[in-house]
Design a protein around this ligand. Structure first.
Ligand SMILES: N[C@@H](CCC(=O)N[C@@H](CS)C(=O)NCC(=O)O)C(=O)O
Length: 213
C-alpha cells in the first residue's frame, strides 16, 4: 500500500489533525504543501480535489477524500497501527461529540475569530479587530466549559485511550493557548489544562508543530 498524500499547509489545524492521525498510527505520509495565503486552495487544481476549496484533502492509492473527520476515519481503518476509534459505544459517542463540538462551536470562535485577529492579522501586516475578539469570548468560554465537562476526570476526551477526538481538538487548542485571551481561560479549566499538557507532550504533536515562512 502506498503512502497517503495530504494536501494543505502544515499550519492548518485540520491538516494537522490528519497528520496527527498518521503520526499516531506510525504511518509514513507525504504532505503536499499548498500556499493558502496566496489562494492556492481556490484554484482549479485544488478545486478538483475539494469542490468547496478547503484543506485538507487526501489521496491514497487512487482514492480521494475530503473532510477531516471522514479522512481520519478512513485512515484509522486503512492503516495498520493502534486503533483511534473506540469500540465501546459510550466512548465512541463521546469521540464523535467532541469532533462535532470542535467543528460546530469551538473552531469558529477560537480560530476563525480570536486566532485570525490576534495572531494571523499582525503576521500578515494587519491590525486585530478587537470587536471581533470581544464578541468571540463568550462562545470561547462556553466551548471550554463544555469540553471541561466532557473530559471530566478522564485522561483523554473519549475516556482512557487517545482517540480521533483528541487529534481533532488539539490543533485548535494549540493556537488558542498561544493567545493572551486563550491562555488564562485554558489554565482556569483544570481538567482541560491537564489534558492539553498530556497532548502537547506527545511525539506526534512535536513532529507536526506548525512552521511559518
Ligand atoms: N469541514 C472542513 C473544514 C476545513 C477547513 O475549514 N479548513 C480551513 C483551514 S484549517 C480552510 O480550508 N480554510 C480556507 C478557507 O476557508 O478559505 C473539514 O473538516 O475538513
Amino acid at each position: 500500500m502506498g503512502k497517503p498524500v495530504i494536501h494543505g499547509p502544515n499550519f492548518s489545524t485540520y491538516v494537522r489533525t490528519v497528520r496527527l492521525t498518521c503520526e499516531e498510527k506510525q504511518a509514513e505520509y507525504e504532505l503536499g504543501e499548498l500556499d493558502l495565503l496566496q489562494g492556492a486552495h481556490k484554484e482549479r487544481g485544488h478545486l478538483a480535489r475539494h469542490p468547496f476549496g478547503k484543506v485538507p484533502t487526501l489521496e491514497h492509492d487512487g482514492f480521494s477524500l475530503y473532510e477531516t473527520a471522514a479522512i481520519c476515519r478512513y485512515l484509522d481503518l486503512a492503516l495498520p497501527g493502534p486503533g483511534l476509534v473506540p469500540g465501546e459505544p459510550r466512548a465512541a459517542g463521546r469521540m464523535q461529540q467532541v469532533i462535532s463540538v470542535t467543528d460546530s462551536y469551538a473552531y469558529g470562535c477560537m480560530i476563525g475569530a480570536l486566532v485570525m485577529q490576534r495572531l494571523v492579522a499582525p503576521m500578515t501586516g494587519g491590525t486585530p479587530d478587537e470587536a471581533v475578539i470581544e464578541r468571540a469570548l463568550p462562545q470561547i468560554d462556553l466551548s471550554l466549559d463544555a469540553l471541561e465537562a466532557i473530559i471530566a476526570d478522564n485522561p483523554f476526551m473519549a475516556g482512557e485511550q487517545i482517540s480521533l477526538a483528541d487529534l481533532h481538538l488539539a490543533p485548535v487548542i494549540f493556537y488558542l493557548a498561544a493567545t493572551p485571551e486563550g491562555q488564562p481561560r485554558l489554565a482556569a479549566r483544570k481538567a482541560l489544562a491537564g489534558w492539553w499538557e498530556r497532548m502537547n507532550a506527545r511525539e506526534s504533536m512535536r513532529r507536526t508543530e506548525p512552521k511559518f515562512g
